[in-house]
Write a protein that binds this ligand. Structure first.
Ligand SMILES: NC(=O)c1ccc[n+]([C@@H]2O[C@H](COP(=O)([O-])OP(=O)(O)OC[C@H]3O[C@@H](n4cnc5c(N)ncnc54)[C@H](O)[C@@H]3O)[C@@H](O)[C@H]2O)c1
Ligand SMILES: O=P(O)(O)OC[C@H](O)CO
Length: 336
């Protein structure tokens, strides 16, 4: 690994933040993680391990951590944001005064803000006043644990400014992580957010004892409704057939490592939403975002039957059996 003199501040030191911090450090970028808890920050800097998430994985020597947002952001070329989408607005408002005038913000978040219906990149531009050309998103089939284990993965980095996209690409390209570039921010963010809701549905089906036919049906029809919404909101359909769409959907819906799929499995097995939340522990974006995505679907007059049923289930308006019947008993129609 060669040092490239580029600096990245990664907020925060959760599962995906830690994995992307490691990727960037392995790519030669100097990384400072921001952790809320001093015991996590101290452990990362002194033991080169994150005891809260990956106690078994040694972190690179060019990655340190702090609880001080100003220190983390001092001289940073990139601010990488990886916190729950619903807490982005409040947290970023506190960090914004420390962001440099040339810093490019990279969003890793896969959620839609409840109430506003905004994607994370839109919340970022609204809160910071920074132009969209300095806000990139990174999304793809990226289960953090596999990447921490050094297994190969790829992602899409999207930003309207191609120079910014290429700089982010260089700062996170390693032997095990292959980033592609795109200008379709909307498509990447919607692909990442909606796949979480579809993964909840697949998990529920699996928990209820349904087989691979049912799961494949949900994945395929899930992609159809994701693409309908994304295209109605200005995305390119090819993005939804790429890493940030189909790729992420397949990984998340298939893997027991996915928190969204696992949460759904718990519900399908009869756990309450409260019990599933306790059992899942880490951020499960689909649970909150389902409602916001459904509101977008209504606003854009797009049919999203799976999202609608999952939103109804999460609001306890229907039972599991009623949800399954609601999908299977829809009027027959052509596939497209
Ligand atoms: N874990 C993955 O494999 C993965 C992969 C790709 C994308 N993502 C996305 O990355 C985002 C973060 O997920 P994660 O897996 O790192 O979650 P996580 O639960 O592992 O970590 C969340 C981090 O955010 C911090 N945090 C929680 N609430 C906060 C608040 N109110 N203000 C500031 N910080 C807060 C926590 O301290 C923690 O460091 C999500 O949008 C998720 O969809 C996750
Ligand atoms: O664990 P999940 O369900 O949040 O999914 C993680 C990543 O988004 C997979 O790409």
């Amino acid at each position: 690994m060669t040092q490239n003199r580029v600096r990245a501040a990664v907020f925060s030191a959760g599962s995906w933040g830690t994995a992307v911090g490691k990727i960037m450090a392995d790519a030669g970028t100097s990384v400072v993680m921001h952790a809320r808890r001093s015991e996590i920050a101290d452990a990362i800097t002194t033991t080169r391990r994150n005891p809260g998430y990956f106690p078994d994985i040694e972190l690179p020597h060019n990655l340190t951590a702090t609880t001080d947002p100003a220190a983390a952001l001092d001289g940073a070329d990139f601010l990488v944001l990886s916190i729950p989408a619903q807490s982005l607005r409040a947290s970023l408002a506190a960090w914004a005064p420390h962001i440099g005038t040339d810093t490019v913000i990279v969003s890793l978040m896969k959620g839609i803000e409840v109430g506003s219906g905004l994607r994370a990149s839109q919340v970022i531009t609204e809160v910071t006043g920074i132009g969209a050309e300095r806000v990139a998103v990174l999304s793809g089939p990226n289960l953090a644990r596999e990447i921490m284990n050094g297994q190969p993965a790829a992602a899409t980095i999207a930003c309207p400014d191609q120079d910014a996209t290429h700089r982010v690409q260089q700062a996170c390209h390693t032997s095990y992580f292959r980033p592609y570039t795109s200008t379709d921010v909307t498509g990447c963010e919607l692909g990442g957010a909606v796949k979480n809701v579809i993964a909840l549905a697949v998990g529920i089906a699996s928990g209820m004892g349904m087989g691979h036919n049912a799961q494949a049906m949900l994945i395929t029809r899930g992609l159809a409704e994701t693409t309908r919404l994304a295209v109605a909101m200005g995305a390119h359909p090819a993005t939804l057939a790429g890493l940030a769409g189909l790729g992420d959907l397949v990984a998340t819906c298939s893997s027991p490592l996915s928190r969204n799929r696992t949460f759904g499995t718990h519900l399908g097995q009869g756990l309450s939403i409260e019990q599933a939340t306790t059992a899942t522990k880490q951020t499960t974006e689909g649970v909150k975002s389902a409602e916001a995505i459904l509101a977008l679907a209504h606003a854009h007059r797009v049919e999203m039957p799976i999202t609608e049923v999952i939103s109804d289930l999460l609001h306890e308006k229907v039972t599991l059996d009623q949800a399954a019947a609601a999908l299977m008993q829809r009027p027959p129609k052509p596939e497209r």
